[in-house]
Design a protein around this ligand. Structure first.
Ligand code: ASP
Length: 430
């Protein structure tokens, strides 16, 4: 009895990340065995691959999709309420916001570039994987005038019900800004939405606790259908995301830091590294907020007056690492499905991924949820998300480290421009 309890405790200790990794490997092995060793037949094809594995995998994807509209809506309202507050900080708020948006757009552009260069999706023959017609939500091509008009919801409730993400975003932003403006007069609604936001975050955690089952089924089905040839594109996708993250983190940010403040980027990285490691291991920007503010203050001399506003705002709306993953994922899916993206599609991806970054909550895996919105904006099949989902956990960890580094760099720049960085503290060797 006692030993059993001990055992149960031991089991509990396995973190979700480890479980997902185990599911990934076991799923891949199961899929390979099915592909290479089990002869085709009713049991294998209809019962296992297109039966159990399909239902479990798609069930998990549906659960993720269930989260999208309410999660993005609430998170965006809360985010834009915070932006509404920027007026209080005037100059600082405006500059921070501009930095956050521009760095995110640059991040997506870097990701699209790397995705084009490395072509991770080439070689993955998706035609062998049966795609459910309802999963392919292609947008009809519309004229530019219509595309612009389509951003404005003529009926916000219809937009919410149909998952018209751009329209949902516009409506959410307007609601958030007005809530910030009304302040106490609309306190009840503001509280309601922010509590609903908490509910959605909790629900995300719950859905993610099923990720091992979802990941196992999705990966096993992919490998059962296409065998070893799935491995190379997935590895390439991972490498492409990691390269783009490294360029953003060690290239773009450090150039910006040097150009705008003259501070030593190597020193910055060295001193900020423990915060990055923390974000990496937890995969949540939100949890990193206190450590980030503290490190910026104690080791780099950044005034808390600025960071206590810009860091939480960044953790809510600035997710450059997440948008990098989304940019590469778009290229991966387009290549795998042989879908040609037009220049207008690239612009749409930069726009929606930047907005998705605002709508991504700073907790694990949400970037994958908001990815459906980016895919839908250019008519890519969300089926592809099922394939990359299996390896997303490790990328989530890496992109979260980049997300919070972006917040810290912007904070340091804005603080420096406002004379709120003690350079002596920054330059002091550790
Ligand atoms: N885990 C990320 C963060 O907290 C969000 C995501 O990309 O899923 O910053």
């Amino acid at each position: 009895m006692g030993a059993k309890k001990e055992n149960a405790k031991e089991k509990k200790k396995i973190s979700l990340t480890s479980k997902i990794f185990i599911a990934l490997i076991v799923g891949a092995v199961t899929g390979m065995v099915l592909h290479y060793l089990v002869p085709d037949g009713n049991i294998k094809n209809d019962v296992i691959v297109e039966g159990v594995l399909y239902v479990l995998g798609q069930g998990f994807i549906r659960l993720m999709k269930m989260l999208v509209v309410p999660l993005v809506f609430c998170s965006l309202v809360c985010g834009s309420m915070a932006i509404g507050d920027t007026k209080k900080l005037g100059n600082v708020g405006g500059k921070t916001l501009a930095f956050y948006l521009v760095t995110t757009a640059v991040a997506v552009a870097v990701a699209l570039g790397i995705g084009t260069l490395l072509r991770p999706g080439i070689g993955l023959d998706m035609s062998k994987i049966q795609v459910n017609a309802s999963d392919i939500e292609t947008m009809e091509s519309a004229s530019l005038a219509q595309t612009i008009l389509n951003i404005i919801p003529d009926n916000p409730f219809k937009a919410l019900a149909n998952g018209e993400m751009l329209q949902v975003i516009v409506f959410a932003l307007v609601v958030g800004v007005i809530l910030a403006k009304l302040g106490e007069r609309a306190e009840v609604v503001a509280n309601f939405i922010s509590q609903f936001n908490d509910i959605m975050m909790e629900m995300t955690m719950m859905v993610m606790s099923l990720a091992p089952i979802g990941v196992f089924s999705l990966i096993a089905r992919t490998f059962a259908n296409i065998g070893f040839s799935a491995f190379i594109p997935l590895a390439k996708y991972m490498i492409a995301v990691l390269i783009a993250l490294a360029i953003q983190c060690f290239g773009v940010y450090q150039i910006l830091l040097k150009a705008f403040t003259g501070l030593n980027p190597v020193r910055f990285i060295k001193k900020f590294f423990p915060v990055m490691a923390f974000a990496f291991s937890t995969a949540t920007s939100n949890a990193t907020i206190p450590l980030s503010i503290d490190t910026l203050h104690k080791k780099m001399g950044v005034s808390k007056k600025i960071s206590s506003f810009t860091i939480p705002l960044g953790a809510t709306i600035n997710m450059d690492g997440t948008s990098i993953m989304q940019g590469v994922a778009v290229m991966f899916a387009a290549q795998a499905f042989g879908i040609h993206l037009t220049p207008m599609d690239y612009v749409t991806v930069i726009g929606t991924a930047t907005l998705a970054s605002i709508g991504t909550a700073g907790i694990p895996s949400v970037g994958l949820v908001t990815l459906t919105m980016v895919f839908n904006s250019v008519g890519l099949p969300v089926e592809a998300i099922g394939i990359i989902m299996g390896i997303d956990r490790i990328l989530d960890m890496a992109r979260t480290a980049v997300n919070i580094t972006g917040d810290a760099v912007c904070t340091t720049i804005v603080a420096c421009q406002n004379g709120a960085v003690d350079k002596e503290v920054f330059n002091k060797a550790e």
